[in-house]
Design a protein around this ligand. Structure first.
Ligand code: CP
Length: 303
């Protein structure tokens, strides 16, 4: 398939190939000349209908380091605001001889819909509360880098699981690689179907942390809620926030992850986010190599 729409649609062999390719590109981007000429014949459009810092810049940088031509588009400053549809927008961009589209959209299934309606390779950069495949790939890659392997590791995902595309893509990716996954958070922010995915719920943060090797701390996504799903930010922080006292009271060292953006003092305090156990900035660094690998492998099927 010429798309990356979600982790659900790939397999362990695909992930292994992406990681092997990312290992090579990670070495490349640590050289004085961080660029390879591989994709000089490819043009990519990054179209973002939702805000982004890490994903948008990381894709752009990955594409530039592969020598692709890149155009970037934010819906907020585009003719979408004048009523142009998604398909019309993308078909107009494709008529400028674009080969691949990286899209972030607030609607779950938007990337899948696009892949069925336009002639281009589509990469999902996050579709609503559905999937964020490159985030899950860079998260697993960062676990592999830190702990040697993903297989056999215990990973707890903490926070707003209900509205999180990062959680769902991570669950698929981690399980595919043989990790055990639990979630922890307020009952109102855990989807009812979670146990049908083979994921156990641990409502108590201390117990969850004592169990795990890796804790992935998520942000509460207030922008996806019509009403508050938890009484208050302060109460959330008291019950589900990770601070240094709690981290230091565990009987082992765990790895701390966060996909960003962080709400410091809510799901994680600054002294934890900036601690030795945190790999948050390693995740961002690895995102470029992972996205280079994904784009390179997809582009190899274009010509
Ligand atoms: N992790 C992530 O998707 O961050 P951005 O929303 O800043 O892209």
């Amino acid at each position: 398939v010429n798309h990356l729409l979600g982790i659900k649609y790939i397999n362990k062999k695909d992930i292994d190939l992406i990681f092997e390719t990312a290992d090579h590109f990670k070495e490349v981007i640590n050289r004085p000349i961080k660029k390879v000429p591989s994709l000089r014949d490819i043009t990519i459009a990054n179209i973002f209908f939702e805000n982004s810092t890490r994903t948008k810049l990381s894709f752009e940088l990955a594409q530039k380091r592969l020598s692709a031509d890149v155009i970037s588009f934010s819906a907020a400053q585009s003719s979408v605001k004048k009523g142009e549809t998604l398909i019309d927008t993308v078909n107009n961009i494709l008529s400028m001889k674009v080969d691949m589209v990286v899209m972030r959209h607030s609607s779950p299934g938007a990337a899948h819909f696009l892949s069925q309606n336009v002639k281009a390779s589509i990469v999902n950069a996050g579709d609503g509360a559905h999937e964020h495949p490159t985030q899950a790939l860079l998260d697993s890659y960062s676990i592999r880098e830190k702990l040697g392997d993903v297989a056999g590791k215990k990973v707890v995902i903490v926070g707003d699981i209900l509205h999180s595309r990062v959680a769902l893509s991570n669950i698929y990716a981690l399980q595919m690689q043989g990790a055990e996954v639990k979630v922890c958070g307020p009952k109102t922010l855990i989807p009812r179907y979670i146990e049908s995915l083979g994921v156990k719920v641990e409502p108590d943060l201390r117990k969850a942390l004592e169990w795990c090797d890796v804790a992935n701390m998520l942000r509460v996504q207030n922008e996806r809620m019509d009403v508050n799903f938890f009484p208050s930010t302060r109460e959330y922080a008291q019950q589900y926030g990770l601070d240094k006292t709690l981290l230091d009271s565990l009987n082992k060292e765990i790895v701390i992850m966060h996909p960003g953006p962080i709400n410091r003092g809510v799901e994680i305090t600054s002294d934890v986010a900036d601690s030795k156990q945190s790999v948050i900035l390693n995740q961002v660094e690895n995102g470029v190599a992972i996205r280079m690998a994904v784009i390179y492998l997809l582009a190899s099927k274009i010509h």
